[in-house]
Design a protein around this ligand. Structure first.
Ligand code: URA
Length: 210
C-alpha cells in the first residue's frame, strides 16, 4: 500500500520544478514522527532525510532529547527537492533549494496523511513553519508556538473537494524550529536546544507514569 502512495506522489510532483524523492526513514512502529519541510541538495545524494548541515544539528538535538534516529520515523511535507528555476547554479550545477509551493505540498499530502494514519504516532514533532501549518492548518508563526505541546486535530487533504479538512482524531504535536533556522540565525541555537531538552523531560515523565 505504501508503495502505491509513493508511486502516486512521484506522479503528482512530476509537473513541478522538483527533483528526486527521499522516502521516509525509520520504523512504522515508531512512537515519534518527525516532519520537516523538503529535502535539499545533500539529501538528493544520500537518499536519506536530514543528512546535510541542518541534519547534523538535528542529530545533536535528538541526542539532547535522548533519542536516536531508530526511535523515530523521519520525513518531510514534500519528499522531492524544490529548486529555483531561475536561480544561480552551484559548482556542481545544481539550482538552489526553495521552500515548497502550495501545489507541491498538495502533491505529497496524501502520502504524508497515509503515514500519519499508518504510524499512529504518540507525538508528532514538526520542524519549521511549513510542517506546522500543513499539519495543523494554523497560520501562526513557529516563533509563537515553538516548544509548546499541542493536542490538535490534523489538517488532512481531501481528494474529493481538493481542500484540506480537519480530521476527527486529536494528536499530540510539538512544533519546533526547523534546524536550518539555527544555521541562518545562530542566536536561535540555544533556544532550539532548550526546546529539545523538553522532549527529554516529557519522555521521562511519560515513562515514570507507566
Ligand atoms: N530539510 C528538511 O526539511 N528535510 C530534509 O530532509 C532535509 C532538510
Amino acid at each position: 500500500m505504501v508503495e502505491e502512495f509513493i508511486a502516486k506522489a512521484k506522479e503528482r510532483i512530476s509537473p513541478f520544478p522538483c527533483e528526486g524523492f527521499v522516502a521516509g526513514n525509520g520504523p512504522v512502529s515508531a512512537k515519534i514522527l518527525i516532519v520537516g519541510e523538503a529535502p535539499g541538495k545533500t539529501e538528493m545524494k544520500t537518499g536519506e532525510p536530514f543528512t546535510g548541515s541542518s541534519g547534523r544539528f538535528l542529530d545533536d538535538c535528538f541526542a539532547i532529547a535522548g533519542l536516536t534516529r531508530e526511535d523515530m520515523f523521519i520525513t518531510s511535507v514534500v519528499r522531492s527537492r524544490p529548486y529555483k528555476e531561475n536561480g544561480q547554479r552551484d559548482r556542481q550545477g545544481n539550482l538552489p533549494n526553495r521552500p515548497p509551493s502550495k501545489g507541491e505540498i498538495i502533491a505529497h499530502a496524501p502520502l504524508l496523511d497515509m503515514h500519519v494514519q499508518l504510524i499512529q504516532p504518540e507525538m508528532i514533532i514538526t520542524l519549521g513553519n511549513v510542517a506546522l501549518r500543513r499539519l495543523t492548518g494554523m497560520t501562526k508563526n513557529i516563533s509563537a508556538l515553538h516548544g509548546q505541546l499541542l493536542h490538535v486535530p490534523l489538517s488532512m487533504y481531501d481528494e474529493n473537494s481538493g481542500h484540506f479538512k480537519m480530521g476527527k482524531k486529536s494528536y499530540t504535536l510539538l512544533p519546533m524550529y526547523h534546524p536550518a533556522a539555527a544555521l541562518h540565525n545562530p542566536a536561535l541555537k540555544e533556544q532550539i536546544q532548550l526546546d529539545w531538552k523538553q522532549v527529554k523531560s516529557l519522555r521521562e515523565r511519560k515513562s515514570d507514569a507507566k
